[in-house]
Design a protein around this ligand. Structure first.
Ligand code: URA
Length: 270
Protein backbone atom coordinates (compact mmCIF):
# COMPACT_ATOMS: atom_id res chain seq x y z
CA UNK A 1 0.00 0.00 0.00
CA UNK A 2 1.32 3.54 -0.72
CA UNK A 3 2.23 5.45 2.47
CA UNK A 4 -0.70 7.39 3.86
CA UNK A 5 -0.03 11.08 4.30
CA UNK A 6 -0.19 12.23 7.92
CA UNK A 7 -3.13 14.58 7.24
CA UNK A 8 -5.11 11.79 5.59
CA UNK A 9 -4.38 9.47 8.50
CA UNK A 10 -5.54 12.16 10.93
CA UNK A 11 -8.73 12.70 8.93
CA UNK A 12 -9.35 8.97 8.94
CA UNK A 13 -8.87 8.84 12.73
CA UNK A 14 -11.25 11.80 13.14
CA UNK A 15 -13.77 9.96 11.00
CA UNK A 16 -13.43 6.85 13.19
CA UNK A 17 -13.84 8.96 16.34
CA UNK A 18 -17.01 10.57 14.99
CA UNK A 19 -18.36 7.15 14.15
CA UNK A 20 -17.77 6.06 17.74
CA UNK A 21 -14.67 3.92 17.23
CA UNK A 22 -12.72 5.49 20.09
CA UNK A 23 -11.25 2.39 21.71
CA UNK A 24 -8.17 0.44 20.63
CA UNK A 25 -9.10 -3.18 20.08
CA UNK A 26 -5.82 -4.62 18.81
CA UNK A 27 -2.09 -3.89 18.73
CA UNK A 28 -1.66 -4.75 15.04
CA UNK A 29 -3.36 -2.78 12.24
CA UNK A 30 -5.64 -4.83 9.98
CA UNK A 31 -5.51 -4.28 6.21
CA UNK A 32 -9.20 -4.37 5.33
CA UNK A 33 -8.36 -4.13 1.62
CA UNK A 34 -6.43 -7.39 1.61
CA UNK A 35 -8.19 -10.36 0.01
CA UNK A 36 -10.63 -11.87 2.46
CA UNK A 37 -11.63 -15.49 2.90
CA UNK A 38 -15.18 -16.29 1.77
CA UNK A 39 -17.60 -15.96 4.69
CA UNK A 40 -18.40 -19.20 6.55
CA UNK A 41 -21.79 -20.75 5.80
CA UNK A 42 -24.59 -19.08 7.75
CA UNK A 43 -25.43 -20.80 11.02
CA UNK A 44 -28.99 -21.55 11.92
CA UNK A 45 -30.26 -19.03 14.51
CA UNK A 46 -29.55 -20.22 18.05
CA UNK A 47 -32.46 -20.37 20.49
CA UNK A 48 -32.35 -17.83 23.32
CA UNK A 49 -32.66 -19.44 26.73
CA UNK A 50 -35.40 -17.92 28.84
CA UNK A 51 -36.15 -18.16 32.54
CA UNK A 52 -38.46 -21.21 32.95
CA UNK A 53 -41.44 -19.08 33.97
CA UNK A 54 -41.04 -16.93 30.88
CA UNK A 55 -41.05 -19.68 28.24
CA UNK A 56 -43.44 -18.62 25.53
CA UNK A 57 -44.77 -22.06 24.51
CA UNK A 58 -44.91 -21.70 20.74
CA UNK A 59 -45.39 -17.94 20.64
CA UNK A 60 -42.68 -15.59 19.34
CA UNK A 61 -40.06 -14.92 22.01
CA UNK A 62 -40.08 -11.35 23.32
CA UNK A 63 -36.25 -11.54 23.29
CA UNK A 64 -35.82 -12.53 19.64
CA UNK A 65 -34.14 -9.88 17.45
CA UNK A 66 -36.98 -8.34 15.46
CA UNK A 67 -36.34 -6.72 12.08
CA UNK A 68 -38.46 -3.56 12.18
CA UNK A 69 -38.26 -0.89 14.92
CA UNK A 70 -42.02 -1.06 15.59
CA UNK A 71 -41.78 -4.84 16.00
CA UNK A 72 -38.87 -4.31 18.40
CA UNK A 73 -40.89 -1.74 20.39
CA UNK A 74 -43.79 -4.23 20.54
CA UNK A 75 -41.42 -6.95 21.75
CA UNK A 76 -40.09 -4.54 24.39
CA UNK A 77 -43.60 -3.77 25.62
CA UNK A 78 -44.37 -7.48 25.86
CA UNK A 79 -41.07 -8.24 27.61
CA UNK A 80 -41.38 -5.58 30.33
CA UNK A 81 -44.78 -6.89 31.40
CA UNK A 82 -43.06 -9.99 32.71
CA UNK A 83 -40.65 -8.03 34.96
CA UNK A 84 -41.87 -8.10 38.55
CA UNK A 85 -38.71 -6.58 40.06
CA UNK A 86 -35.85 -4.31 39.00
CA UNK A 87 -33.52 -7.33 38.93
CA UNK A 88 -35.88 -9.13 36.56
CA UNK A 89 -36.11 -6.02 34.39
CA UNK A 90 -32.32 -5.79 34.21
CA UNK A 91 -32.13 -9.48 33.27
CA UNK A 92 -34.72 -9.01 30.52
CA UNK A 93 -32.84 -5.98 29.16
CA UNK A 94 -29.58 -7.96 29.17
CA UNK A 95 -31.23 -10.54 26.91
CA UNK A 96 -33.15 -8.11 24.72
CA UNK A 97 -31.68 -7.89 21.21
CA UNK A 98 -34.22 -5.50 19.67
CA UNK A 99 -32.08 -2.36 19.96
CA UNK A 100 -29.04 -2.22 17.67
CA UNK A 101 -27.15 -0.01 20.15
CA UNK A 102 -26.56 -3.12 22.25
CA UNK A 103 -24.21 -4.45 19.56
CA UNK A 104 -21.89 -1.42 19.59
CA UNK A 105 -22.01 -0.72 23.34
CA UNK A 106 -19.60 -2.34 25.77
CA UNK A 107 -22.34 -3.17 28.24
CA UNK A 108 -25.76 -2.33 29.56
CA UNK A 109 -25.93 0.77 31.78
CA UNK A 110 -28.98 0.04 33.90
CA UNK A 111 -28.99 2.29 36.96
CA UNK A 112 -27.18 3.60 39.99
CA UNK A 113 -28.30 4.76 43.39
CA UNK A 114 -30.98 3.63 45.78
CA UNK A 115 -33.92 1.73 44.24
CA UNK A 116 -36.00 2.78 47.26
CA UNK A 117 -35.23 6.49 46.77
CA UNK A 118 -38.09 8.99 46.71
CA UNK A 119 -36.57 10.83 43.77
CA UNK A 120 -35.47 9.39 40.41
CA UNK A 121 -33.25 11.24 37.90
CA UNK A 122 -33.37 10.22 34.23
CA UNK A 123 -30.84 11.30 31.59
CA UNK A 124 -30.65 10.62 27.86
CA UNK A 125 -28.13 7.83 27.23
CA UNK A 126 -24.76 6.69 28.59
CA UNK A 127 -21.55 8.24 27.30
CA UNK A 128 -18.08 6.75 27.01
CA UNK A 129 -17.25 6.63 30.74
CA UNK A 130 -20.65 5.15 31.60
CA UNK A 131 -20.23 2.53 28.85
CA UNK A 132 -16.88 1.49 30.35
CA UNK A 133 -18.05 1.43 33.98
CA UNK A 134 -21.59 0.17 33.42
CA UNK A 135 -23.05 2.93 35.61
CA UNK A 136 -24.95 6.09 34.64
CA UNK A 137 -23.46 9.57 35.13
CA UNK A 138 -19.93 8.68 36.17
CA UNK A 139 -18.10 10.94 33.67
CA UNK A 140 -17.68 14.72 33.79
CA UNK A 141 -21.42 15.43 33.75
CA UNK A 142 -21.89 12.79 36.45
CA UNK A 143 -19.34 14.51 38.67
CA UNK A 144 -21.25 17.77 38.23
CA UNK A 145 -24.52 15.99 39.02
CA UNK A 146 -22.95 14.64 42.23
CA UNK A 147 -21.92 18.18 43.23
CA UNK A 148 -25.40 19.53 42.48
CA UNK A 149 -26.98 16.75 44.54
CA UNK A 150 -24.56 17.39 47.41
CA UNK A 151 -25.44 21.10 47.35
CA UNK A 152 -29.01 20.20 48.39
CA UNK A 153 -28.02 17.43 50.79
CA UNK A 154 -28.59 14.49 48.42
CA UNK A 155 -26.27 11.79 47.10
CA UNK A 156 -26.42 8.44 45.34
CA UNK A 157 -27.73 6.75 48.48
CA UNK A 158 -30.80 9.01 48.46
CA UNK A 159 -31.54 9.17 44.72
CA UNK A 160 -31.96 6.64 41.89
CA UNK A 161 -30.41 7.42 38.47
CA UNK A 162 -31.11 5.90 35.04
CA UNK A 163 -31.30 6.85 31.36
CA UNK A 164 -34.02 6.72 28.71
CA UNK A 165 -31.67 4.64 26.53
CA UNK A 166 -29.48 2.16 28.47
CA UNK A 167 -26.78 1.56 25.83
CA UNK A 168 -24.20 4.08 24.62
CA UNK A 169 -24.89 5.37 21.10
CA UNK A 170 -21.67 5.20 19.00
CA UNK A 171 -19.62 8.38 19.30
CA UNK A 172 -22.12 9.72 21.88
CA UNK A 173 -24.50 10.66 19.10
CA UNK A 174 -28.13 11.40 19.96
CA UNK A 175 -30.23 8.22 20.03
CA UNK A 176 -32.55 8.03 17.02
CA UNK A 177 -36.33 8.31 17.56
CA UNK A 178 -36.55 4.58 16.73
CA UNK A 179 -33.93 3.63 19.33
CA UNK A 180 -35.69 5.79 21.90
CA UNK A 181 -39.08 4.25 21.08
CA UNK A 182 -37.67 0.73 21.41
CA UNK A 183 -36.11 1.51 24.82
CA UNK A 184 -39.06 3.52 26.15
CA UNK A 185 -41.05 0.58 27.60
CA UNK A 186 -38.00 -0.39 29.69
CA UNK A 187 -37.50 3.01 31.33
CA UNK A 188 -41.26 3.36 31.89
CA UNK A 189 -41.33 0.00 33.68
CA UNK A 190 -38.17 0.96 35.60
CA UNK A 191 -39.91 4.12 36.87
CA UNK A 192 -43.00 2.09 37.75
CA UNK A 193 -40.92 -0.43 39.73
CA UNK A 194 -38.89 2.24 41.57
CA UNK A 195 -42.15 4.11 42.23
CA UNK A 196 -40.51 7.43 43.24
CA UNK A 197 -42.46 10.42 44.56
CA UNK A 198 -40.58 12.75 42.23
CA UNK A 199 -39.18 12.26 38.74
CA UNK A 200 -36.47 14.60 37.43
CA UNK A 201 -35.89 14.61 33.66
CA UNK A 202 -32.41 15.88 32.85
CA UNK A 203 -32.31 17.55 29.44
CA UNK A 204 -34.71 17.92 26.57
CA UNK A 205 -34.68 14.34 25.23
CA UNK A 206 -35.56 12.91 28.64
CA UNK A 207 -38.23 15.55 29.36
CA UNK A 208 -39.85 15.35 25.94
CA UNK A 209 -39.78 11.56 25.82
CA UNK A 210 -41.07 10.90 29.34
CA UNK A 211 -43.42 13.84 29.82
CA UNK A 212 -44.69 13.98 26.23
CA UNK A 213 -44.06 17.72 26.04
CA UNK A 214 -43.14 19.60 22.88
CA UNK A 215 -41.68 22.79 24.36
CA UNK A 216 -37.92 23.03 24.81
CA UNK A 217 -36.08 22.67 28.10
CA UNK A 218 -35.49 26.44 28.49
CA UNK A 219 -39.27 26.89 28.74
CA UNK A 220 -40.07 23.75 30.72
CA UNK A 221 -37.25 23.56 33.27
CA UNK A 222 -38.28 24.29 36.80
CA UNK A 223 -41.99 23.63 36.11
CA UNK A 224 -43.87 20.82 37.78
CA UNK A 225 -45.63 18.30 35.52
CA UNK A 226 -47.71 15.24 36.34
CA UNK A 227 -46.34 11.83 35.44
CA UNK A 228 -48.38 8.65 35.64
CA UNK A 229 -46.10 5.82 36.75
CA UNK A 230 -48.70 3.17 35.99
CA UNK A 231 -49.35 2.87 39.72
CA UNK A 232 -50.09 6.52 40.56
CA UNK A 233 -49.57 10.13 39.54
CA UNK A 234 -46.38 11.76 40.75
CA UNK A 235 -44.70 15.15 40.28
CA UNK A 236 -42.09 15.50 37.56
CA UNK A 237 -39.68 18.32 36.80
CA UNK A 238 -37.49 18.88 33.74
CA UNK A 239 -34.13 20.48 34.45
CA UNK A 240 -31.00 21.22 32.44
CA UNK A 241 -28.73 18.30 31.62
CA UNK A 242 -25.39 18.53 33.49
CA UNK A 243 -23.52 18.22 30.16
CA UNK A 244 -25.30 21.39 29.00
CA UNK A 245 -24.37 23.13 32.26
CA UNK A 246 -20.70 22.24 31.67
CA UNK A 247 -20.92 24.03 28.33
CA UNK A 248 -23.08 26.91 29.62
CA UNK A 249 -22.06 27.53 33.25
CA UNK A 250 -24.17 30.71 33.48
CA UNK A 251 -27.27 28.50 33.37
CA UNK A 252 -26.26 26.81 36.62
CA UNK A 253 -28.19 29.43 38.60
CA UNK A 254 -31.43 28.09 37.06
CA UNK A 255 -30.48 24.49 37.81
CA UNK A 256 -29.74 25.58 41.39
CA UNK A 257 -33.32 26.88 41.67
CA UNK A 258 -34.65 23.59 40.29
CA UNK A 259 -32.64 21.54 42.76
CA UNK A 260 -33.87 23.70 45.66
CA UNK A 261 -37.47 23.14 44.50
CA UNK A 262 -36.83 19.38 44.28
CA UNK A 263 -35.34 19.35 47.76
CA UNK A 264 -38.29 21.34 49.10
CA UNK A 265 -40.75 18.92 47.53
CA UNK A 266 -38.93 16.04 49.27
CA UNK A 267 -38.96 17.74 52.65
CA UNK A 268 -42.07 17.23 54.79
CA UNK A 269 -43.65 20.64 55.43
CA UNK A 270 -44.41 21.43 59.07
N1 URA B 1 -25.37 11.72 29.89
C1 URA B 1 -26.53 11.06 30.09
O1 URA B 1 -27.59 11.48 29.63
N2 URA B 1 -26.46 9.93 30.79
C2 URA B 1 -25.34 9.44 31.34
O2 URA B 1 -25.39 8.40 31.99
C3 URA B 1 -24.16 10.17 31.12
C4 URA B 1 -24.18 11.30 30.40
Amino acid sequence: MPPIREKTARELLDFYLEAGADTLVGEEPVDRFAAVDPPPPARAPQPVSLPPDLETKGRASPYAAPQAPDEAAMAARAAVKTARTLDELREILQKFDGCALKASATQLVFADGNPKARVMFVGEAPGRDEDIEGLPFVGRSGKLLDRMLAAVGLDRSSVYIANVVPWRPPGNRTPTPQETAICLPFILRQIELVDPDILVCMGNPSAQTLLGIKEGITKTRGRWFTFNTGKREIRAMPTFHPAFLLRSPLQKRFAWRDFLAIKKALTPQT
